[in-house]
Design a binder for this molecule. Sequence first.
Ligand code: AMP
Length: 283
Amino acid sequence: MARSPVVARTLPALRRALTELREGGARVALVPTMGALHDGHLSLVRLAKRRADKVAVSVFVNPTQFAPNEDFASYPRTWKADAGKLAAEEVDLIWNPDVKVMYPDGFATRITTEGPALAGLEDRFRPHFFGGVATVVGKLFLQCRPDVAVFGSKDFQQLRVVTRMAADLDLGVKVIGAPTVRERDGLAMSSRNVYLSAEERSAAPTLYRAMKHTAKLMRAGKSFEPSLAAATKMIREAGFTLDYFEARHAETLEPVRSLKGGPVRLLVAARIGKTRLIDNMAV
Ligand code: AMP
């Protein structure tokens, strides 16, 4: 039987576990998560296994990336199930610090991000978000010193921000983006999907359908503006309040108006009931 992952909850325990993992020069991959693990997270773990000798997964619901009116308190916490799934994947180490370990009393430092973090997408609706993400991911990288780290393309702007930060701060970690894992009807897997009522859940794949339709029109040479307008209408008619549905350059996240300005990425964020969903797709 495979060995259960080591679970570290303090920095000394983490350091001991990492020293053991690195014996013989083993390369370590880190997969940062907030727990409530689904098949999307597990696909990152599998990719990490292919890219490194040992895999560490962090499970930490990061308070600094939630605004006071957001769902930090109610965010799903499913430690037992998560630990079971990670053991089944034969992960080597789970880093599961308490909030007080990550942010001890008096903590007063924050990583500020620019460039892709100010693209006018998530940052427009969650202005606190990337500062919180960059701060915790920066800390995770310094705590674990991984050779590679795997993030989902599902959070496309976040992937760009973290990649930029790792390069800018010479953190010595290669950030790898993994494809989005979807339900059979196209809905991107997300820990927040459990918030959806049955009715909202049946409307939710509209985001995927709208992106797929728009990408097809764009690839066929249709102009961007009416294609985006049609998708916007489709999403609103399904009961969503739309935050954005945009075509951006996949690397710089700058707005693009034609295929020539690409590679083009469609990015969407919309709210239905109490749930906010985000998704994206290559054109
Ligand atoms: P979270 O726990 O939601 O913070 O996500 C942890 C990591 O899993 C992030 O890198 C996400 O982009 C990634 N992730 C979340 N959902 C999916 C999905 N459906 N497919 C692939 N990766 C995902």
